[in-house]
Design a protein around this ligand. Structure first.
Ligand SMILES: Nc1ncnc2c1ncn2[C@@H]1O[C@H](COP(=O)(O)OP(=O)(O)O)[C@@H](O)[C@H]1O
Ligand SMILES: [Mg+2]
Length: 391
């Protein structure tokens, strides 16, 4: 799981000098300011992060408190900040599994980066039953009608068939004003975010459950009722909070992502593990897919790439369609997968309400989506490895 925000995170701050951070880089966190003594009676799993200002407390007492903290079963992620940090203290902190030190002065961004990386490190740890990090895939179309919603639904449904978890897959439709996923699935959208106002930013798992529409075993939908003003009424914090809670609760989170840039678009895409850009095999769509992928990649962490999926691949008998090789030349990159065209199956699915695999399980679309999922999960590569070894 990747962290998008500190909203609702329980941060225990030791040292009154840290108080202003609650209104700055730690805005939204459940912020508790305390003395060093508070560390002595800290119970496991009651805070998400300990932040210590080494300059604000007595260094001898701090040393003892850190030793006690480290002796806890699973100490919370701990960040110590300060000027000219004593080497002994820094070493004592770094002996903890999820701990870091940050030399003052530092910027808000440096502080947030250190905190996110500690929280990510702790979350990726298989801790008891709460288990592994979630896999979050954002799906967006290069042009309208490219098939992003269709493919997002099929991916979500196919993954639900692969997981045994009750909270297997959550499909989140981030077309807050006029999403189509609920209509495609003949489901009632229940995520009334616009009515919740700022309360949505403090959402917890219970509220998320109330917003959820169950689709089938292991497959839930989060989608907003139609509301032309929703994009203006739902804050960035609320959107990021939904994603964070969903990623904690579900094994997979699939996002049906609007193509047009919103204030939260880049943060959502940077937080996702995979970004799938869906294109058709037309020249305008391919050019748009190339441009969109480049735009997104400049904003993603260095080295991360989008994956381009070609949708509605049809036989060339039906017209002057580019071949996959020609498409890849236009895109100036390889594509990840191709999904065959099957209008009859797609129409049956949207008209009857439900995934294509429910009504037309033998459709090539279902088979091609399974191949796409294998590729993204790396299953195909693993199989190749086994067969190579067996050979
Ligand atoms: N592989 C496919 N073969 C045939 N029709 C498809 C395919 N993928 C999508 N469609 C159809 O194309 C139309 C647009 O798809 P949609 O998923 O709504 O696109 P987007 O979300 O990108 O706007 C829908 O009618 C859908 O049923
Ligand atoms: Mg759509």
């Amino acid at each position: 799981m990747t962290h998008w925000s500190l909203l609702g995170r329980r941060v225990l701050a030791i040292g009154t000098s840290l108080a202003p951070l609650a209104r700055g880089p730690l805005f939204g966190a459940a912020f508790e300011l305390a003395d060093l003594e508070r560390l002595a009676d800290l119970q496991p799993a009651t805070v998400d992060l300990v932040l210590i200002d080494a300059d604000a407390v007595d260094s001898g007492a701090l040393g003892e408190a850190i030793v006690a903290l480290a002796a806890m079963g699973a100490p919370p992620p701990t960040l110590m900040v300060g000027q000219r940090l004593a080497t002994g203290l820094a070493r004592a902190v770094m002996r903890m599994k999820h701990a870091d030190v940050l030399e003052a002065p530092f910027t808000d961004e440096q502080l947030q980066a250190a905190i996110y990386s500690l929280l990510d490190g702790a979350a990726s740890e298989p801790a008891g039953s709460s288990g592994q990090g979630s896999r979050c895939w954002a799906v967006l179309g290069a042009v309208g009608g490219a098939g992003a919603t269709t493919i997002a639904i099929e991916i979500a449904n196919a993954l639900a068939g692969r997981t045994t978890k009750e909270h297997g897959v959550c499909l989140i439709d981030l077309h807050l004003a006029d999403g189509a996923a609920s209509a495609y699935l003949a489901a009632a959208p229940a995520m009334g975010l616009a009515q919740f106002g700022p309360a949505a930013e403090r959402m917890d798992a219970a509220l998320l459950a109330a917003f959820t529409t169950p689709i089938s075993k292991g497959f839930d939908l989060l989608a907003c009722p139609r509301d032309p003003l929703a994009f203006d009424q739902v804050s960035k914090e609320a959107v990021l909070r939904i994603l964070e809670i969903a990623c904690e609760a579900y094994e997979f989170v699939i996002i049906d992502m609007p193509r047009h840039r919103r204030p939260w678009t880049l943060e959502v895409l940077s937080g996702a593990d995979e970004v799938l850009v869906i294109s058709e095999l037309t020249v305008p769509a391919l050019l748009a897919a190339r441009a969109l992928s480049e735009e997104i990649e400049t904003a993603l962490p260095v080295g991360r790439k989008t994956r381009i999926v070609l949708n509605r691949l049809a036989s060339r008998m039906f017209g002057p369609t580019p071949s996959t090789a020609e498409a890849e030349r236009a895109l100036e990159r390889k594509t990840e997968a191709s999904i065959s065209s099957d209008w009859e199956a797609a129409a049956a699915s949207v008209n009857l309400g439900g995934p294509i695999s429910q009504y037309r399980p033998k459709s090539k679309i279902v088979r091609d989506v399974a191949v796409l999922i294998d590729r993204v999960l790396g299953v195909a590569d693993r199989r190749a490895g086994w067969s190579r070894r067996a050979a």
